[in-house]
Design a protein around this ligand. Sequence first.
Ligand SMILES: [Zn+2]
Length: 152
Amino acid sequence: MAHEPHTHGATPDRDPRDVLRDHGLRYSRPRAAIVSYFSEMDRHVSAEDLHVALNERGEHLSLSTVYLNLAVLRDAGVVREFHGRGEQKLYDSNVSPHFHLICSESGEVIDVPAPTVDGVPLGTFLKRTIEAATGWELEEPRVHLRGRKPTD
Ligand SMILES: [Zn+2]
């Protein structure tokens, strides 16, 4: 299994304006602040934690503004939304195919590359196989991997 490099939608050397424009989004200060945060902090974050972090950085946005703009960035494919432990929504700027290992005790999330089957990522393989078998048009399947992180 080849380990894919961790490629992010936003990288530290890219101007948030360019990232937004590439995704057909108008530049706004809240969007730029969120894109900058993700380009500097390589992590999965909830809207609530992002709100606190942005305020600590001097970006005084309301929580509803953070929610709203995360939804816009998600719909444009800049960030990906997924469920962490429980039903908490988390956001990830790594939109390349990968799975999340979620610890059911601590809620810690780590990235693992999507295994490939017949040379395509597992999700794509499942989608194609089920579509061929049923004639349905499927969305990209989401695989949730929960478990317990080893303690040492
Ligand atoms: Zn991730």
